[in-house]
Write a protein that binds this ligand. Structure first.
Ligand code: CMP
Length: 133
């Protein structure tokens, strides 16, 4: 059984899409082991996304993730990391496949509704970041 971190971003929380997105995970055999709604600071967002610190979009990305409430979850299931990434679709909603979360709900490459860990190492780090206790 693998675990991954999922974030429902401010654009989706604001539009009341949390239950719709959670239902997609549940229907696709990803168990939501933990879930909490939080509002992080820009400093916390900068720490979370520090892998992107050299990118031109880093500042806007951190400002955005801290702009409103988010829902962070631990998803669990067979190949949970890859399964979640398939359900999310491409980073840019314009490029995402039909029926993926970002195609259904994403607004733009910034407001793309969800984040998911991209590797076993990052899943461990990202879960630890939000669920330390
Ligand atoms: P996410 O999966 O949360 O990881 C980093 C985020 O940076 C990504 O989703 C996008 O929302 C955001 N982002 C903004 N611009 C870009 C870009 N040009 N390439 C990749 N990610 C970008």
């Amino acid at each position: 059984m693998e675990q991954t971190l999922s974030i429902i971003k401010p654009d989706a929380v604001e539009r009341n899409l949390v239950e719709n997105i959670k239902n997609i995970f549940i229907k696709n055999n990803l168990n939501i082991k933990e879930s909490k709604k939080i509002h992080i600071s820009k400093e916390e967002a900068s720490e979370f996304y520090k892998v992107h610190q050299s990118k031109s979009f880093y500042n806007d990305l951190c400002a955005y993730l801290s702009s409103g409430p988010i829902v962070v979850m631990i998803l669990e299931g067979d190949n949970a990391i890859a399964a979640n990434r398939k359900l999310m679709g491409a980073t840019n909603p314009k490029d995402a496949e039909e029926n993926t979360i970002r195609k259904l709900y994403g607004i733009s490459i910034d407001k793309n509704s969800v984040h998911g860990s991209d590797s076993i190492d990052n899943a461990k780090k990202e879960i630890e970041f939000f669920f330390k206790d």
